[in-house]
Structures are given as structure tokens and as C-alpha cells.
Design a protein around this ligand. Structure first.
Ligand SMILES: Cc1cc2nc3c(=O)[nH]c(=O)nc-3n(C[C@H](O)[C@H](O)[C@H](O)COP(=O)(O)OP(=O)(O)OC[C@H]3O[C@@H](n4cnc5c(N)ncnc54)[C@H](O)[C@@H]3O)c2cc1C
Ligand code: FES
Length: 240
């Protein structure tokens, strides 16, 4: 009977792109007419029709739309960033663990790692939960969602504070009262955020977007030093 069929997260939905927003020279957001039970931090698989599918964090969700934000770094992501409104794309999910919705959270994003944190910041704002979110990148051209953030850092000083976003987070931690650090970005940045949380004596939740091969905890390509696998236990893992 139409309408009574249960959807499974593995089911691929081919939809038409509603809108494309350019976030910076190498990154676009695709607005798709599909919604999921996608808590901030969870991801969807996006299929470049006729090509490969790759995981992408949900960067915004409304009552009718899901947004993913894609940086062109290789063949599939480059092809996806060339999509235009009306083009077909596949999407299935949601998968993985999400961020906790916590009071007094300090959100720290590096580059396109801002994608899941934008969804988290918007969710916290809607719920009137105290938080601040900081975005950083190597250069102004690699920043994502800087206009929405509470603080900006660039390694070369081309926008916001000069230096790493982790240094900016350390300053913010010294100024305010924070209960948790939540971060997504490159490996080195996440390592520094984890050390910062340990120093401050607060927990950290890190979205560890490792390269995934088997996706079921067997091959070890996404394994962390503590034995957890980003594919099976992540991408959002709690430390402390
Ligand atoms: C859970 C999860 C969520 C993700 N969310 C996003 C997102 O919101 N936005 C986004 O742009 N990308 C995200 N990614 C990365 C994305 O899935 C693809 O890996 C990326 O777009 C590259 O795919 P490609 O086929 O274009 O290039 P590939 O040929 O696969 O890779 C091109 C280059 O990028 C490097 N690379 C590939 N994947 C990663 C990775 N995950 N981490 C670090 N380096 C990598 C490769 O080593 C290679 O040098 C996420 C990955 C995971 C696992
Ligand atoms: S992708 Fe193989 S263990 Fe995670």
C-alpha cells in the first residue's frame, strides 16, 4: 500500500538538486529535497549518479530539505561540486553517531569540517542553548560559514585572527565557562583540540572523518590508537 512502506537507511533516493550555494572557491552546498532523522554529526552517502558514492556530513536540515557541503578534493567530490539545480543525485542515510546537544559547548571547525558544526550550531541556537562556534582554515578562501560563526582564525591572517583556530579556542576557553569541546576538521587539528580539552579538564567530542574502506570495522583503515573504528563507532567519538 502506498505510504505504508518502511524506509531503511540503506535505501538510495535519487532526487533533483534544489539549489547550489557556493561557500568558497572549492566548496559548494547542495540543497536536496529529502529529510532524514539526521542529528548533527551524522552523515549521509551521496551518489554521483553513474559514478561513486561518498559520505558527507549533514550541514543543515529543515522540515523539507537536507543540505550537504562538499569540498572538491578528488574525482567524486569535484563532480558533485559541478552539479546544477535540477541535476539528479542519490542520497541515503543517515549513518553514524551524532554530537550531544550540550549547554556551554565550544564548537571548533577547520575548513570543510564546519559542515556538521553549522548544523550543530543552528540546532543549539534553535533550542536556546549557550554555545560559541569558531571556524578556521589555512586562508580566507578555505573558510566555510564564516559569516555565521562567533570567531574566525586563518593560518595566514587573511581573515579573522592570525593563527590556528585551536589557539583561538584556547583563548576562548580562558575567557568563558565551557562544559565540552566539539570539533571537526583535519587530523592534526583534532589532536590539538583533544589535548586542549584534556588540559581544561572537560570532555571532547571529535568527528573523525577517516578514509573508510570496508565500512564495517574489519580493514582497520579508519582505526584510532585506542582501537575504536570511525566507521563502526563514529564518526563522532567522545574523549574524556
Ligand atoms: C563520515 C565522513 C563525513 C564526511 N563529510 C564530509 C563533508 O561534509 N564534506 C566534504 O567535503 N567531505 C566530507 N568527507 C570526505 C568525503 O567523503 C570524500 O572522502 C572526499 O570528498 C574525497 O572524495 P573524492 O572521491 O572526491 O576524492 P578521493 O580520490 O577519495 O580523495 C582525494 C584526496 O583527498 C583525500 N581524502 C579523501 N577522503 C578523505 C577524508 N575523509 N579525510 C581526509 N582526506 C581525505 C585522499 O587521501 C586524497 O588525497 C567525509 C568523510 C567521512 C568519512
Ligand atoms: S573502514 Fe574498515 S575498519 Fe573502518
Amino acid at each position: 500500500m502506498k505510504g505504508s512502506r518502511m524506509e531503511t537507511p540503506r535505501e538510495m533516493h535519487v532526487v533533483r538538486v534544489l539549489a547550489v550555494r557556493r561557500e568558497n572557491p572549492s566548496t559548494v552546498s547542495l540543497v536536496l529535497p529529502k529529510t532524514f532523522e539526521a542529528a548533527p554529526g551524522r552523515f549521509v552517502m551521496v551518489w554521483d549518479v553513474g559514478g561513486a558514492e561518498k559520505p558527507f556530513g549533514v550541514s543543515r536540515q529543515t522540515a523539507t530539505e537536507t543540505c550537504v557541503t562538499i569540498r572538491a578534493v578528488g574525482p567524486t567530490s569535484e563532480s558533485l561540486t559541478r552539479l546544477q539545480p535540477g541535476d539528479a543525485v542519490g542520497i541515503r542515510g543517515p549513518f553514524g553517531t551524532g554530537f550531544a546537544l550540550a549547554e556551554n559547548a565550544l564548537l571548533v571547525a577547520g575548513g570543510v569540517g564546519a559542515a556538521p558544526l553549522r548544523f550543530l550550531a543552528e540546532t543549539l541556537r534553535q533550542k536556546n542553548m549557550a554555545h560559541k562556534w569558531l571556524v578556521g582554515a589555512k586562508t580566507a578562501d578555505e573558510l566555510c560559514f564564516a559569516a555565521d560563526a562567533d570567531g574566525i582564525a586563518t593560518d595566514d591572517g587573511s581573515r579573522g585572527e592570525a593563527g590556528s583556530v585551536v589557539a583561538l579556542a584556547a583563548k576562548e576557553l580562558a575567557r568563558g565557562h565551557y562544559a565540552i569541546l566539539q570539533a571537526c576538521g583535519p587530523k592534526g587539528m583534532l589532536r590539538a583540540v583533544k589535548a586542549l580539552a584534556e588540559q581544561a579538564g572537560i570532555p571532547a567530542e571529535l568527528s573523525v572523518e577517516r578514509i573508510m574502506r570496508c565500512g564495517v570495522g574489519l580493514c582497520g583503515s579508519c582505526a584510532l590508537d585506542d582501537g575504536r573504528c570511525a566507521c563502526r563507532e563514529g564518526p563522532v567519538l567522545r574523549f574524556g
